[in-house]
Each structure stands twice: as structure tokens, then as C-alpha cells.
Design a protein around this ligand. Sequence first.
Ligand code: CAA
Length: 383
Amino acid sequence: MQFAPTEEQLLVQRTARDFAERVLAPKAAARDVSGAFPEAELRELGRLGLLGVNVPEELGGAGAGVVAYSLALQELARIDASVAVSVSVTNMVAELITTQASPEIAKKWVPRLVSGDLIAGAFGLSEPEAGSDAGAMRTQAVKTSTGWRLTGTKQWITSGDRAGVIVVWATSGEPSAKHAGMSAFLVPGGAKGLSVSRLEEKMGLHGSSTAQLVLDGVEVPDDAVLGAVGKGFALAMMALDGGRIGIASQAVGIARGALEAAVRYATERQTFGQAIIKHQAVGNMLADAATWLEAAYLMTLRAAATKENKQPFSQHAAMAKLFATEHAWKICDIALQVHGGYGYVRDFPVERALRDVRVTRIYEGTSEIQRIVIARNLLRGQS
Ligand code: CAA
């Protein structure tokens, strides 16, 4: 059993850390206030190989694997969680196209996506009436002589208004067909009939855009189908298994940033004649937070390594996401509490961390959905 990252994994991690501290840190708080989208930053991350960390080099990716991807995402989230979520979804979409499109289509889209040329990728699964129950989606795919016509509304789409390519799920069956009728389609950003009907005003992640998209008869060719027609639901689940490692990594990164800030503050801040970290009440909170963070980090890397080793990883990913996001929320709350009143104002980074981390318990499958996945796997005898 190895607990240390390899040289290559450390190199990717260092690259992400350097970029986060040098480029993201100076403007992260300002982006949170203005809501500016980090377009230039995403393009630069593409040049560094961080939009396709687990994508083969032949397609322009870094080919560095899932553990390296997790470590990189943690570093970005430690400084700017908004950038991290755009990077996470883009990596997920790039992997999906790499593994599920024909070689020609993969060659057409993946290099442009992972180089930052397309800015970002988006994952169009959820709908206004189909979030946790993804199988309840209504977006229709109608067969035409040259391909498919897509009509419907997609909700909560990260980078939906900015993405150069969007994977859209739609059903060509009756509503009663549920999973059986679903397929995944590649839709170029700016396609005719595709429009942004709403941009969400969120509690956190202000530097990431979240769009509602309307597809009004968007035409795509036959080779825009990812995987097999009618097998899209399982594809979405497989992609989300990997995506959940990304969100667990994001949560670990946000929590690490908040905990570091809290330890720094508690070491400098004096009350009753000593640094507050020496007060048992404060020290105990930080000790719990550090312990949870270590557990979340190890579970997340275990899930990443399992995926990298091509072993079944759905259960590890669900457990890592559940544990990491629930505890990252508690860690950020402790970090804010340790700062006292200063934690509640924008002069310190922990209030942003607490707002940003909240959604990790919701997107890419709520904590309640992770428990469903875990319990169903237990029923099947998988521990
Ligand atoms: N891998 C492969 N196949 C899978 C699978 C997996 N992990 N999980 C399920 N499947 C297959 C099943 O084997 C089954 O196949 P058959 O029909 O051939 O038997 C089929 O999918 C249906 O499975 P279920 O009966 O288990 O499906 P369900 O309707 O009960 O739903 C669920 C299961 C786990 C609750 C699922 O609906 C789910 O994960 N919901 C949450 C959706 C979600 O995470 N949305 C996030 C949106 S994306 C986002 O947030 C991105 C962003 O922008 C940040």
C-alpha cells in the first residue's frame, strides 16, 4: 500500500498549486464580489493541461491519471472553488467524449476542449422537474433523416452559457420508457435553437456561471450521439461516478484552504494572554477539523486510485463525496467560528469558503442520493 503520490502526480499538483497561488489568489475575492467569469484563467489552465488531466496525450490531455486530477482540483479549490467547479465539469465532459464518441468526433472536439480553446464543457442532465430523479427527464430527441432534433429545458448547467460544447441528455421514448429511451448528444455552444433562458444568482461560487438552457429544435447529426442510442442513462451514471470524485476533491480543497486560514488566525490571535489555538475549546475544534480533512482526503484519493486502476469505483466515489462534502461544510463552519466576528466579514476568506462549499452537498448528486447509491451497493453485497 502506497500513501505517497508519484513524481508525476506531484508535478501536476505543484503546477496547479503554483497557478492557483500566482494567478487565481490575487483576484479570487474580487471575482466573488463581481461575479466575473474566469475565461482567461480557464484558457490558461487548458494550456497547462489541467482541463484534461486524465485525457490521453494523443487527444491533447495531460494523460496523468485520476489521482493527479484529484490533487490538481484540490489545489485550485483551495484558492478558488468557482474555477475548480468549471475545471471539474470540463474534465468530466472531456473524458466522456474521449471514451464514448467515435475516434473522429473525439479528435474533432477533445483537443479544442482540453486546450482551453472552447473555454469549458458543460453537462446537460438536470431539468427543472428532473434533478435527483434524473430518469424523469422530458427533453425530447426526435429522429430526423440526418440525425436528431432536441427540444426541452436544462437546469443548473455549470458554464452552460460559456461552454463550447455541451453534452445534452434527451429521451426518444415515451415518458414510461424512463431510462430505456435516453441518449447523450454532443451539442456545440451557440448551436441554432440553443439559448440561455436564465442565469442563477447563487449563494456562492459567484465566479462560476449556472445557466438554464432552452433547446428549441436543436439539430445534431447522427455522430453526435455518445455511446449507444438508448444507453444514455447508464452513461450519465458512469460519468457522475467520476464527477463525484471531482466534487469530493473540490470539497477537500475548499476545506483545506479554510482550515489553513483558521490555524493561521488562531496562532496569531491572542486572547486572555495567549494564542487562541492554545485554548482547549479552539484547539479541539481545529483538531476535529484536521482529522476529518485527513479522512476526506484519503477517501477521495482512494476513490481516484480505484478508478485509475480500472476497478469498480462507484461505491468509493459515492462514499468519498458524501463524507468529504458533509465534513468540508463542518470544517468551513469551524474555520469561520474560530475567526469570530472577523470570520463573518469579507476581509477574511472563510465566509466565501462556507458559501462556496455548501453546494458540494447538493450538485452531482445530493448527500441523500449518495446514501441511496451506497445502500443499494450494500444490498448487492459490495462493501
Ligand atoms: N454505472 C453504470 N450504470 C448504472 C449506474 C452506474 N453507476 N447506476 C445505475 N446504472 C444503470 C442501472 O444498472 C440500470 O440499468 P438497466 O436499466 O439496464 O438495468 C439503470 O442505470 C437505471 O438504474 P436505477 O434503476 O438505479 O436508476 P434510478 O432511476 O433508480 O436512479 C440514482 C438512480 C442513483 C438515484 C440516479 O438517478 C442519480 O444518480 N440521481 C442523481 C443525479 C445527479 O447526480 N445529478 C447531478 C446533475 S449533474 C451536475 O450537478 C453537474 C454540474 O453541473 C455541477
